[in-house]
Design a protein around this ligand. Structure first.
Ligand SMILES: Cc1ncc(COP(=O)(O)O)c(C=O)c1O
Length: 384
C-alpha cells in the first residue's frame, strides 16, 4: 500500500516518512549540522547547506505536505516567518484582502512592515462573498483567510472564497493554525496555500516556535522555496524534530481537545455570570452550518465575555485560574487562558479590535487535554 493512500491518523505517523538511510533510525535523527561534505564541487547527497535544506527539516516538510493533502511542505522559524514568505510573493502596488479578525501579529506584519513596501491590505469581515468581491480590483493578488478566526471564532467559507479567488485569478492562503488538518483541509477546499503557526497544535507541547506552509502547485512551491532560502528564516533541526514528534499524536490530541472543548463551552454557555461564549460547535453560532460543512469537529478554542463586559471581572477570572495557565499561545496539551486585548491582540488599535468584537472583557481559552472535569472545576472557582 502506498503511503499516499493512508488515512489521516496514519498519515500523522507515517506520511512522507521513511527510516533514515544511514542506520535505519525510525525517527529522523536531529541532523545538527550546518554543512555537508562534498566529494567534488556539487558532489553531495542532496544536502549542501542547512539554510537551503536539512534532512530533519525535510522529514518535517514531507510530513506537513502529507497531513495537509498537499505536495510541497516548507518549515520556517515561526508562523510569522511563514506568513512573511507568502507576502514576499507580492510586489509594490499589489493589494491583499484579509479578514479583519485575525491574529494580532499577522495584522502587525501586514500593516507595519509590508505596507511600508507599497503593499496595500484591506481588512474586512469575510462572512459575505459580495463584501470580499467589493474590495477586489486589478491590483489584488491575494486573499488571506484565517478560520476559525483568532480570537472571535468566526468561520469563513473556504470553498466559497476559493471560487471567488479563482474567478479573479488570485491566490488564496488559509491560516489553518486553529483547526489543524485533523479538523479542516483547506487545500481540498480549493485554497492555494495553507499556513500554520506549528508552534500551536502541530507541535502541541508548547516547546517550539515553528511555522509551516503547504502547497500543491510546483511553480508556487518553487517560488516559496526560493524565498525560504533567500530570506533564510528556516526552522532548525531540533525544532523540526520536536514538531515532527508532535505531529505523530496530532489526531489523538485533537480528538481530546475537541471533546474537552465541547464540555467547557457548554459549561460556560450555561453559566449565569457569563454573557457571551464564542465556539463554532454551538448550533446558534452564526457560522455553525459552514463550520459543520468544512470542519470534522469544532476544536478546543473558546472565547467568552463575563456578564456586564467588565474588564476588571475578566482580569479577576484569569488571575484566579489555577489549572489553566495565563499565558500567550495556544494549542498545547496544557490548558491556557489569554486576555487578547492586552496580550495576543494588543498590536491591533483598540478601535479596530473592538470592531471585530475583541473587547477588553474578552477571555480566550485554549482547552487542553487534561480531565475536562478539572477544567470545569477550575473555571467554576475562578468565575466564583
Ligand atoms: C492564528 C495564528 N497565526 C499565526 C500566528 C503566528 O505564529 P508564531 O507565533 O509561530 O510566529 C499565531 C500565533 O499566535 C496564530 O495564533
Amino acid at each position: 500500500m502506498s503511503k499516499k493512500d493512508l488515512k489521516f491518523n496514519s498519515k500523522t505517523i507515517h506520511g512522507g516518512q521513511q527510516p533514515d538511510a544511514a542506520y535505519g533510525a525510525v525517527m529522523p535523527p536531529i541532523y545538527q549540522t550546518s554543512t555537508y561534505a562534498q566529494s567534488t564541487p556539487g558532489g553531495h547527497q542532496g544536502f549542501e547547506y542547512s539554510r537551503s535544506a536539512n534532512p530533519t527539516r525535510t522529514a518535517l516538510e514531507n510530513s506537513l505536505a502529507s497531513i495537509e493533502n498537499g505536495t510541497y511542505g516548507l518549515a520556517f522559524a515561526s508562523g510569522l516567518a511563514a506568513i512573511d514568505a507568502v507576502i514576499k510573493l507580492l510586489s509594490p502596488g499589489d493589494e491583499v484582502v484579509s479578514t479583519n479578525d485575525l491574529y494580532g501579529g499577522s495584522y502587525r506584519l501586514f500593516k507595519q512592515v509590508f505596507e511600508k513596501f507599497g503593499i496595500k491590505f484591506h481588512f474586512i469581515g469575510m462572512q459575505s462573498i459580495a463584501d470580499i468581491e467589493a474590495k477586489i480590483n486589478s491590483n489584488t493578488k491575494l486573499i488571506w483567510v484565517e478560520t476559525p478566526t483568532n480570537p472571535m471564532m468566526n468561520v469563513i467559507d473556504i470553498k466559497a472564497v476559493s471560487a471567488l479567488s479563482k474567478k479573479h485569478n488570485l491566490l488564496l492562503a488559509v491560516d489553518n493554525t486553529f483547526a489543524t488538518p485533523y479538523l479542516q483541509r483547506p487545500l481540498d477546499l480549493g485554497a492555494d496555500i495553507v499556513m500554520h503557526s506549528a508552534t500551536k497544535y502541530l507541535g502541541g507541547h508548547s516547546d517550539v516556535v515553528v511555522g509551516a506552509l503547504v502547497v500543491k502547485d510546483k511553480e508556487l512551491a518553487d517560488k516559496l522555496y526560493f524565498i525560504q532560502n533567500a530570506s533564510g528564516a528556516v526552522c532548525g533541526p531540533m525544532d523540526s524534530f520536536l514538531t515532527l514528534r508532535g505531529i505523530k499524536t496530532l489526531h489523538v490530541r485533537m480528538q481530546r481537545h475537541s471533546e474537552n472543548g465541547k464540555q467547557v463551552a457548554a459549561y460556560l454557555a450555561n453559566h449565569p455570570k457569563i454573557g457571551k461564549v464564542y465556539w463554532p460547535g454551538f448550533e446558534n453560532h452564526p457560522n455553525h452550518e459552514i463550520a459543520k460543512a468544512q470542519m470534522d469537529d469544532f476544536g478546543g478554542m473558546i472565547s467568552f465575555v463575563p456578564n456586564g463586559s467588565s474588564y476588571d471581572d475578566a482580569i479577576k477570572i484569569v488571575e484566579r485560574l489555577q489549572v489553566f495557565t495565563l499565558a500567550e499561545s495556544l494549542g498545547g496539551v496544557e490548558s491556557l487562558a489569554g486576555h487578547p486585548a492586552s496580550m495576543t491582540h494588543a498590536s491591533i488599535p483598540k478601535e479596530e479590535r473592538e470592531k471585530s468584537g475583541v473587547v477588553d472583557a474578552l477571555i480566550r481559552l485554549s482547552v487542553g487535554i487534561e480531565d475536562a472535569d478539572d477544567l470545569v472545576a477550575d473555571l467554576e472557582q475562578a468565575i466564583g
